[in-house]
Design a binder for this molecule. Structure first.
Ligand code: SER
Length: 313
């Protein structure tokens, strides 16, 4: 990767990925782009372009203008908002995706688009969900993610395009709040614990899902993209996770640092249904074997870091 175009650069992942990439590859080699400008974001601290991923010709021009060799496509709607407007979610997630993938093919670029634990469904094995297994997602977000996995594999096999991806779990960060995911509770709980000493959770206390701390997530994108292609038996997309916990377990961990913290439950049926259709925990053996995936943070170290950083913030 030498000249990288990042779409959705102001989003939850993009706003931390862009500064990380600039540190590694040089400020002038990362082109951050999003639908609109936001001046207080770090992603704007360098080359930034307004780019709507639905506009294929602008996308094409951007790739030519900067001599791009890699697209990291982050612009997408997350699971809970996608369920509120499924047709729009299909349009944005699929058209934005096929535009970027098509432009990558025409220019023979390296290509990354994140998949998700949402690409699994209620009849996938629940625990230690394997890399290769039944995938019949029931959420619109999951359907778009699985479609992208398949199409990226197709472009790799048919056209030799260098497509690589991971199935991200819930991502937790103190920098940019997530927008409309089912796993967002695991971020909000830290904000509310510090501000109010309590949190009302929209999922049942025993709902297990995979999670990862953002520093591990952005590191693993670069690690996968820079890994030796001859070692990769899989491509789209690798199971990655750093921990699996329930609302009850994360609240117990927060209590160790903020003893007066309390959690209550007010279940959102729609979000609960999505969470119940996803794995409790996924098996990351293939990512470990094929490109040495190794996250640093577990629930305890992430909780300590989140609370330290949010208190300063
Ligand atoms: N964090 C995402 C969501 O909840 C899962 O990929 O939508």
């Amino acid at each position: 990767m030498k000249k990288i175009l990042v779409t959705g650069a102001l989003g939850q992942i993009g706003s931390e990925l862009v500064p990380y990439l600039r540190d590694i590859y040089g400020k002038d080699n990362i082109i951050a782009s999003d639908k609109k400008r936001q001046d207080d974001s770090k992603a704007g601290d360098g080359i930034f372009e307004i780019l709507d991923v639905m506009d294929r010709s602008s996308l094409y021009e951007m790739v030519k203008k900067y001599n791009i060799d890699t697209i990291i496509h982050m612009a997408a709607l997350l699971s809970a908002v996608a369920e509120e407007k499924p047709q729009f979610a299909w349009q944005l997630n699929m058209n934005g995706f096929t535009n970027t993938l098509g432009v990558a093919r025409e220019n023979n670029l390296k290509y990354f688009v994140p998949s998700s634990i949402a690409a699994f469904g209620p009849n996938s094995p629940k625990d230690n969900t394997p890399q290769d297994t039944i995938q019949r997602p029931t959420s619109m977000y999951g359907i778009t993610k699985l479609s992208a996995e398949l199409l990226c594999d197709y472009y790799h096999l048919k056209y030799g395009l260098d497509t690589r991806s991971v199935r991200f779990p819930g991502l937790i960060s103190y920098v940019t709040p997530p927008g409309g995911g089912t796993t967002d509770y695991a971020v909000k709980i830290y904000y509310d614990a510090i501000k109010f000493g309590k949190y009302s959770c929209y999922l049942r206390e025993d709902t297990y899902m995979d999670m990862m701390y953002m520093p591990d997530a952005i590191k693993c994108i670069v690690q996968l993209m820079e890994s030796d292609p001859s070692r990769l038996k899989h491509r789209n997309a690798f199971n990655v996770s750093a921990m699996s916990f329930s609302p009850k377990e994360i609240s117990r961990e927060i209590k160790k640092i903020i003893p007066e913290f309390t959690i209550s439950y007010d279940i959102d049926e729609e979000k609960q249904k999505i969470a119940d259709s996803w794995p409790n925990s996924i098996d990351c053996t293939c990512a470990i074997e094929e490109w040495d995936f190794k996250p640093e943070y577990d629930l305890a170290s992430m909780t300590k870091d989140m609370i330290d950083k949010l208190k300063t913030k």
